[in-house]
Design a protein around this ligand. Sequence first.
Ligand SMILES: [Zn+2]
Ligand SMILES: [Zn+2]
Length: 85
Amino acid sequence: MSDEYGICPYNKQHRILLFRMPGHIVKCVRNYRGPPLAVCKYNATHRLPAERMDQHLEECVDYKKFHGYKNTQIALQARKSPPRA
Ligand SMILES: [Zn+2]
Ligand SMILES: [Zn+2]
């Protein structure tokens, strides 16, 4: 199991094991009193102000994984069925 830590989006003082982050966020958000944070479409533990989401997606590893995978699938399908009939 990975022992990588991430910073809790609701409290920068919280260093949480990444695999515990989803459960932590559920608890931590109940005590959160700041402005609402938008949730990254590609990883529910990525939360940040909506106006910073575009910037986040440029560096989001899960966004890159998702699109890398999708591009691979499209490439495979294209090979299976060539455009010329
Ligand atoms: Zn927290
Ligand atoms: Zn993300």
